[in-house]
Design a protein around this ligand. Structure first.
Ligand code: SAJ
Length: 428
């Protein structure tokens, strides 16, 4: 099947690169987003998110006329939905399992329904709980009783539906979009076949076919696998601290075993995926998903453990310097991003730790984040953004939160200083 026009709904971290890559293959792409600012920015050939090289691809796609953005859906042969699937806010309480919020998928389905036509393909790319694709198909069918859908008409339906989860790593999106294998979960084999034909316009990896539910679970499984493994490393770091063992040396030694590959501890798990997606499994099967839930809890509790370590370091410093009070102690936090070598502060344990320290510590709190030029407005009054040199010169306590390249390069020269160091990433 030939696709001349496709529409991507949701022009964020996944939708915009996907739209741009399709457009770079000379397919007409209509990008749809509710955010007028994003739409205007893209139509100027610019981008509103940070991702290496994306600006060039979007600029080329817009100026050659293959990509345009709009707030209102238009007819197309295929629709790709790449909107957020966050938690429901109301259930973010102690002891409760966060429930996935499908309202963005629902809104996107209702927005495209009026322009759907027989023969169209609708793909859900958003990371979703098991059953979300079927739910999307129901919403579409309710809005368009004049069309037939796979849940009622199988292979003969007017509309084809599939779930094809994105699996790209922020910072490497353009390469991974093209090179990664793609899981294609059609509601029927014909749906999968058409979705494969669409992705094959740019995917160099294999398109591996399954059903929609398995595709949904595959994505959740990948991120839960990583979360469980990071939780194992984080738990080891707490055990090793108790037993006076260097956890990084320990992991390096254990990883010499041919069948052991432990991940790295850190200050907690951030980002928009790994800390969220395992909950989609837990909320569906709370009785069965015991390990997955515990891993989430282990990783979510790590920031508090780091904060307690900082408090202990302050107390020790004051014991060693009885002429000083807590107000005289400057704490420097190195790194605010959710992981190394990116500028993304959203859902970042490093930022949360720095904010909490700043809120509780009576002395000065400095933050060093080489990947940003200024603090978001909400953080401006909480702590100061300074250079490494300034922080090094005035801090009594150093808290290393993100293993940015810059910090790794400076680590060796910082060793001979007389700071108290809480190194959550093992770079010192
Ligand atoms: N982290 C550790 N220790 C490690 C590895 C990671 O503490 O050894 C932390 C990071 O510092 C960060 C968090 O985990 O706070 C997540 O970082 P990440 O690099 O593991 O993953 P993301 O969130 O950037 O991207 C993940 C990827 N999933 C997997 O690797 C299984 C990516 O392929 C997915 O497409 C993405 O989630 C997504 O969108 O779901």
């Amino acid at each position: 099947m030939q696709f001349n026009t496709i529409s991507v709904i949701g022009l964020g971290y996944i939708g915009l690169p996907t739209a741009a890559v399709f457009a770079s293959r000379k397919i007409k792409v209509v990008g749809v987003d509710v955010n007028q600012h994003a739409v205007d920015t893209i139509n100027r050939g610019e981008i509103h998110i940070v991702e290496p090289d994306l600006d060039m691809v979007v600029h080329a796609a817009v100026s050659e006329g293959y990509l345009k953005a709009t707030t209102t859906p238009e007819p197309a042969e295929a629709f790709l939905i790449a909107v957020p699937t966050p938690f429901k806010k109301a259930s973010e309480q102690e002891g409760q399992v966060p429930e996935p919020d499908l309202s963005y998928i629902e809104a996107a389905s209702k927005a495209i329904a009026p322009v759907l036509a027989s023969g169209n393909l609708v793909i859900l790319e958003s990371t979703s709980p098991v059953g979300a694709t079927e739910k999307m198909a129901e919403w579409l069918a309710e809005a368009r009783p004049d069309l037939t859908f796979p849940q009622t008409h199988g292979e003969g339906s007017d509309i084809r539906i599939a779930h094809c989860p994105e699996r790209v790593l922020p910072g490497h999106v353009l390469r991974e979009l093209v090179q990664n294998d793609r899981v294609v979960g059609g509601m029927t084999p014909k749906c999968s076949e058409q979705a494969c034909a669409l992705y094959k316009t740019f995917v160099e990896g294999e398109c591996v076919v399954t059903n929609a539910r398995t595709a949904e679970m595959a994505k959740l499984t990948e991120n839960s696998f990583r979360d469980v493994n990071i939780a194992f490393a984080n738990e080891l770091s707490i055990i090793c601290d108790e037993l006076d063992i260097n956890v990084w040396e320990l992991i390096a030694l254990a990883n010499r075993h041919p069948r052991v590959n432990i991940l790295q501890p850190g200050p907690g798990v951030g980002g928009h995926c790994i800390a969220v997606d395992p909950w989609f499994i837990v909320s569906k099967t709370p009785e069965q998903a015991r390990l997955i839930r515990t891993a989430r809890e282990v990783n979510d509790s790590k920031p508090e453990w780091v904060i307690n370590k900082v408090k202990l370091a302050v107390a020790e410093y004051l014991q060693e310097n009885p002429d000083k009070t807590a107000k005289d102690v400057t704490i420097a936090c190195y790194g605010l991003a959710f992981k190394a070598d990116i500028d993304d502060l959203r859902e970042s344990p490093a930022l949360a730790i720095t904010q909490k320290i700043a809120a509780e510590h009576p002395g000065k709190v400095l933050a060093v984040e080489p990947n940003i030029k200024m603090l978001p407005a909400t953080q401006k009054d909480q702590f100061e953004l300074v250079s490494s040199a300034t922080a090094d010169a005035s801090a009594a306590i150093k808290v290393l939160l993100v293993d940015h390249q810059e910090f790794k390069q400076q680590a060796a020269s910082s060793l001979d200083q007389t700071y108290k160091v809480i190194d959550t990433r093992g770079i010192f």
